[in-house]
Ligand binder design. Structure first.
Ligand SMILES: NC(=O)c1ccc[n+]([C@@H]2O[C@H](COP(=O)([O-])OP(=O)(O)OC[C@H]3O[C@@H](n4cnc5c(N)ncnc54)[C@H](O)[C@@H]3O)[C@@H](O)[C@H]2O)c1
Ligand SMILES: [Zn+2]
Ligand SMILES: [Zn+2]
Length: 370
């Protein structure tokens, strides 16, 4: 079928809306009419070819939400008309997936970043029949229709607006999951969250919902810090103007118990570790552009635990519906992070995200008319 997709032609270039051909879904696949897709920093990482990204031209987009239009013959738990959120791809059959850790599936790279399916197949072709790199996060959802694998299609209730739900599939489950699934922070505990973007602010909301009593947000953007306080942070620190470890030790003389890093930056991670209480636990989420350097000998005597975390350790089938219930109860108002854009304004939406003007851009694709 002919669809419209946002194509990145070469490294670092703009998104161009184009008509391309999408084949029919395979036996274990699902065709989804996309209603909306969030923009995540990782789309930019792939556009700029920073880490193991698919090659070019490529169709990105990995926070899609929509309505099922067709299911393959081997898909039994989903049906046409279901409202769905698309999340990351995993095989579901390896020992890592089967023991509850699908975010660390052996096939994670192939199913999310390789630019094709696990068997090297492309669903999209241009009008000359040339394959386009796709299957980004098993979806490539910057498009009017997407094919996903049955494993990464999560059915959601129909009484919640579908157009806001896509970001639950990556950025929002990542931040919330770091608090709820990875660190499992306890009632009355303290946490520092570095980077108050979509991921960090989701962590702030989850920390509040988990009844942490000291929630410290660190960023370099005053507006975002103010917003973090609105969403539940008890303290905010601008690391451009304040010494983070000193300020945290003023708030908590023994140091903070938990940390979440969404910046991927050496100095920020070291500042967080230097602010932690003994046996503190740090979840690292941010994509880094440089290798991490740590003062190991100092930290050894502190008993710190560091975990590199993908997708907030989420088993999305279970976690996304939970986050939706928390949203419906008013405990997780993630819609406040979202600004909606028309599909054709994708480059503006990306620019606003990169400049820090918009926290979570969501493209309204379902209403796009060509
Ligand atoms: N591990 C995963 O599974 C996963 C999933 C989604 C996103 N990510 C990554 O998480 C990171 C955050 O994503 P996002 O969508 O929230 O991005 P974002 O750009 O909205 O947020 C990053 C925040 O960090 C702040 N920041 C930058 N430099 C800083 C510094 N020196 N000190 C303090 N704050 C600083 C920025 O002002 C911004 O508010 C990205 O690297 C993204 O690629 C990882
Ligand atoms: Zn993402
Ligand atoms: Zn697996």
């Amino acid at each position: 079928m002919e669809i419209t997709a946002a194509v990145v032609k070469e490294k670092g270039s703009n998104f161009v809306l184009e008509k391309v051909n999408l084949e029919a879904p395979g036996a274990e696949e699902v065709l989804v009419k996309i209603v909306a897709t969030g923009i995540c920093h990782t789309d930019m990482v792939a556009r700029d070819f920073v880490m193991g990204s698919p090659n070019f031209p490529v169709i990105l987009g990995h926070e899609g939400s929509g309505i099922i239009e067709k299911v393959g013959v081997d898909v039994h738990h989903l049906k046409v008309g279901d409202h769905v959120v698309l999340t990351y791809g995993f095989c579901g059959e390896c020992d890592i997936c089967r023991t509850g850790n699908p975010a660390y599936c052996y096939e994670f790279f192939q199913r999310n970043f390789s630019g094709a399916t696990v068997d090297g197949h492309h669903h999209h072709h241009d009008h000359n029949g040339t394959a386009i790199n796709d299957n980004f996060f098993s979806q490539s959802s910057f498009a009017t229709y997407a094919i996903a694998h049955k494993n990464n299609v999560i059915a959601v209730p129909k009484d919640v607006p579908l157009e806001i739900l896509g970001p639950l599939g990556c950025g929002i489950q990542t931040g919330a999951g770091a608090i709820i699934n990875t660190l499992r922070i306890k009632v009355g505990s303290s946490v520092v969250i570095s980077g108050a973007g979509a991921v960090g602010l989701s962590a702030v909301m989850a920390a509040k919902a988990s009844s942490a009593t000291t929630i410290i947000a660190v960023d370099i953007n005053e507006e975002r810090l103010a917003f973090a306080k609105e969403l539940g942070a008890t303290h905010s620190i601008n690391s451009l103007t304040e010494n983070v470890p000193q300020r945290i030790r003023k708030i908590l003389p023994n140091g903070v118990q938990y940390g979440v890093d969404t910046t991927g930056r050496n100095e920020v991670i070291n500042n967080t570790l230097n602010s932690m209480a003994p046996v503190g636990e740090l979840a690292i989420i941010g994509v880094a552009t440089k290798p991490l350097e740590l003062a190991t000998n100092i930290f050894l005597t502190k008993g710190y635990k560091i975990k590199f975390v993908n997708q907030g350790d989420s088993v999305s089938e279970e976690f996304i519906p939970k986050l939706i219930k928390m949203y419906q109860n008013g405990q997780f108002p993630f819609d406040k992070l979202i600004k909606k854009y028309a599909f054709e304004d994708i480059n503006q939406a990306v620019e606003d995200s990169e400049k820090g003007k918009t926290i979570k851009s969501v493209l309204l694709i379902g209403t796009y008319k060509d």
